[in-house]
Design a binder for this molecule. Structure first.
Ligand SMILES: Cc1cc2nc3c(=O)[nH]c(=O)nc-3n(C[C@H](O)[C@H](O)[C@H](O)COP(=O)(O)O)c2cc1C
Length: 184
């Protein structure tokens, strides 16, 4: 499985980015995870600019999603919803509607916050957005609350329960892949 990982946080010491890095450690042999680094460069969505060729950062995102077998998104929660930068990038990726790169793409949403609930509302909203785009949203929920207690100062996940949830989530996402792809 070739996995594209997207963190919804631009923060240098983001717990959501750490969560994706922890997921990378749990991949099965032969699987690979690429952490997308382009979120900051995506311009504000403007339908006037949504022409070919697309802005470079948008083209890079679309190509990365298209090339991936599945996408894993870790989102923080901002004001009970998805951070604007992440939603903006998905708006770009959602066009053209019928052929957008997320259509039928297996996607899992996970998330982390420093509060109690682990970004559950943001995750729910993100799943709704992805479903509207036509993505195949896997039944995965890893909600990491009190994130500051789950990672050490090096950003390493130190919570075995979260690690097991991540492992299960990756297996559920892999099961969403076309059996022919899994065998390849
Ligand atoms: C603008 C803003 C709004 C936030 N709103 C929420 C919220 O609604 N619920 C919540 O649990 N945490 C909220 N937080 C706290 C974030 O969950 C916390 O900063 C988290 O660590 C961000 O994820 P990151 O570590 O990946 O950057 C908010 C933080 C910011 C900066």
């Amino acid at each position: 499985m070739k996995l594209l990982a997207i963190s919804g946080s631009l923060r240098r010491d983001s717990h959501n980015t750490m969560l994706l890095q922890a997921a990378e450690e749990l991949l099965e042999p032969g699987d690979a995870l690429e952490l997308w680094q382009g979120l900051r460069e995506v311009p504000p969505y403007d339908q006037d600019d949504d022409v070919e060729p697309a802005p470079a950062a948008v083209a890079t995102l679309r190509a990365a999603v298209a090339a991936a077998d599945a996408v894993l998104i870790a989102t923080p929660e901002y004001n009970s919803s998805v951070p604007g930068a992440l939603k903006n990038a998905l708006d770009w990726a959602s066009r053209p509607v019928t052929t957008n790169v997320f259509r039928n793409k297996p996607v899992a949403v996970i998330g982390s916050s420093i509060g109690m609930f682990g970004a559950v509302w943001a995750q729910g909203e993100l799943r709704k957005v992805l479903a509207a785009m036509g993505a195949r949203v896997a039944e995965v929920e890893v909600a990491v609350g009190r994130a500051q207690e789950r990672f050490d100062l090096n950003g390493t996940l130190i919570d075995d329960e979260v690690r097991e949830q991540l492992r299960d989530g990756l297996a559920t996402l892999a099961a969403e892949l076309d059996p022919a792809l899994v065998a390849a």
